[in-house]
Design a protein around this ligand. Structure first.
Ligand SMILES: Nc1nc2c(ncn2[C@@H]2O[C@H](COP(=O)(O)OP(=O)(O)O)[C@@H](O)[C@H]2O)c(=O)[nH]1
Ligand SMILES: [Mg+2]
Ligand SMILES: [Zn+2]
Length: 460
């Protein structure tokens, strides 16, 4: 490689790379390459079928390593676990987000609907580019998106297949020898970067992040289901935690929605998990891993996504969630997040959860000092029974996701200042002033004209 080329490459590399599988930190020059020639198979950690990993000594003019058969390679791998690392992780800081929730709480639908939505709005509304680091590695999510949002047969009921507990789809197995086998949760990696029109477009490199998402099989957090070979570092290193709370799994929510919702999950008790215990189990593992004493709270943002809003909306306003409650035009032509309104809605949703599932509020607030409650719905509609399979399914044409992107916009805003704008209009300032006045008169500071009660008081 020429001196000049070497310089431009190293200038754009991070000093330390973090592996999104095993969280090992290493300098970029230690990265392994994956042999491209089909004869070069067999890896001590990944088995006989895996392509060999190697530290290269020869490169072609494009800077690609050559394997011992002389074929140019393009895939990279971690020096510790040997799993594939998308190239963007050498250049962009990673941003880990763990998605946690009971089995059946809607994680797979949430992830698919969220990434689908982010693909269409991040560039248009927020001036951010967003794509797959490696479409092959994100294939499971891409399949989900296609099934729900690009389906040729929009009238036919579809159901996302259940991600299995031990299955290879969400976990990758590495065999370190001497009987030590570790199952790492699979990351879905999406580079996010300000486009030239973004208000901080000139700082694009500094603000760019490689978003690494993990869909945790909730079963692993059922009490008693702990094993040492399934690490939870991703929960500990995540900058933001997303916990999906599903009211349809809660007997008191189901009772309160009787006659108001035809959703089979509300009527028939399809899923039923003690979600507070699942959260507590995950929280305990995080505490152990981080060495966080029991009396201290975790200070990272914790977003409690209250899922399947369509099924329990009768306890709130009964109305669909409107986009303009959470985002509105900020720096034209772009949008911003209306934090004030988001916090206002969070308080109202918290009231509802507190009324029917106080143990959930106490579990999350006992762990984190920074909790926000965000309602969302991936489907926007109740699923129906598919006679042939016995699964619950939805017709693609009926899907109307609500607020599915808001938890992630909030998470990005909280963790990478400047990436997502917030609404600071003249009107918002005026409204803020009027709400201060109200405070001084001793009236309820949460129900000023600037903070309309979108949802009814719980119980009315
Ligand atoms: N009513 C309603 N049901 C949903 C929604 N999202 C998912 N579901 C249903 O919840 C069930 C479990 O969803 P899934 O994403 O597989 O849960 P996971 O086990 O957490 O990944 C499925 O039967 C879905 O049809 C939603 O927004 N509204
Ligand atoms: Mg799932
Ligand atoms: Zn690794």
């Amino acid at each position: 490689m020429s001196k000049g080329r070497e310089k431009t490459i190293t200038q754009t590399l991070l000093k330390q790379v973090i592996c999104p599988h095993c969280w090992n930190e290493f300098p970029p020059e230690e990265i392994l390459w994956v042999a491209a020639h089909s004869d070069l198979t067999g890896d001590p950690l990944l088995g006989n079928d895996a392509q060999q990993r190697f530290l290269p000594s020869r490169f072609n003019v494009q800077g690609k390593a050559l394997d011992i058969k002389g074929v140019a390679c393009s895939k990279l791998a971690c020096p510790q676990c040997h799993l594939l690392i998308p190239r963007q992780l050498l250049e962009m800081e990673p941003f880990f987000i763990s998605i946690l929730g009971a089995p059946g709480s809607g994680k797979s639908y949430f992830l698919a609907a969220m990434t689908w939505k982010l693909r269409s709005i991040l560039s248009n509304q927020f001036g951010l580019s967003f794509g797959d680091a490696d479409p092959e590695a994100n294939q499971l999510l891409i399949d989900y998106e296609e099934e729900l949002f690009l389906n040729n047969n929009e009238d036919k009921l579809v159901a996302l297949r259940k991600t299995e507990l031990e299955g290879g789809e969400l976990y990758e197995t590495v065999n370190y020898g001497s009987g030590r086998t570790v199952q790492y949760p699979k990351p879905f990696v999406f580079p996010i970067q300000p486009e030239p029109g973004h208000q901080y477009g000139v700082h694009s490199r500094r603000l760019a992040r490689a978003l690494c998402l993990y869909d945790n099989a909730g079963e692993h957090f059922l009490p008693g289901n702990e094993t040492a070979n399934r690490p939870v570092q991703h929960l500990a290193v995540s900058r933001v935690l997303l916990f999906l709370f599903d009211p349809t799994q809660h007997p008191k929510f189901r009772n309160a929605c009787k006659g108001q919702s035809q959703d089979p999950q509300m009527v028939d008790n399809v899923w039923s998990n003690r979600q507070d215990l699942i959260f507590q189990e995950a929280a305990n593992r995080i505490r152990n891993y981080k060495g966080l004493p029991a009396h201290e709270k975790d200070d990272r943002p914790l977003v409690v996504v209250v899922t399947k809003y369509d099924a329990w909306c009768s306890l709130a306003s009964g109305k669909p969630l409107k986009e303009e409650w959470a985002t509105s035009p900020a720096n034209p032509p772009y949008f911003g997040l209306n934090l004030k309104q988001l916090r206002n809605i969070s308080r109202q949703i918290r009231d509802i959860v507190l009324k029917y599932a106080p143990e959930m509020v106490s579990a999350v607030e006992g762990f984190s000092s920074d909790v926000i409650y965000v309602p969302a719905s991936a489907q926007g509609q109740a699923p129906e029974l598919i006679e042939e399979s016995g699964y619950l399914g939805i017709r693609p044409k009926d899907i109307k996701s609500m607020w599915i992107e808001i938890p992630m916009l909030y998470a990005l805003h909280r963790s990478v200042p400047g990436l997502i704008s917030t609404v600071k209009s003249e009107e918002a300032k005026k409204k803020a002033a009027s709400s201060v006045n109200k405070d001084q008169t001793g009236k309820d500071q949460h129900s000023s004209p600037s903070q309309p009660r979108i949802f009814r008081d719980s119980g009315t």
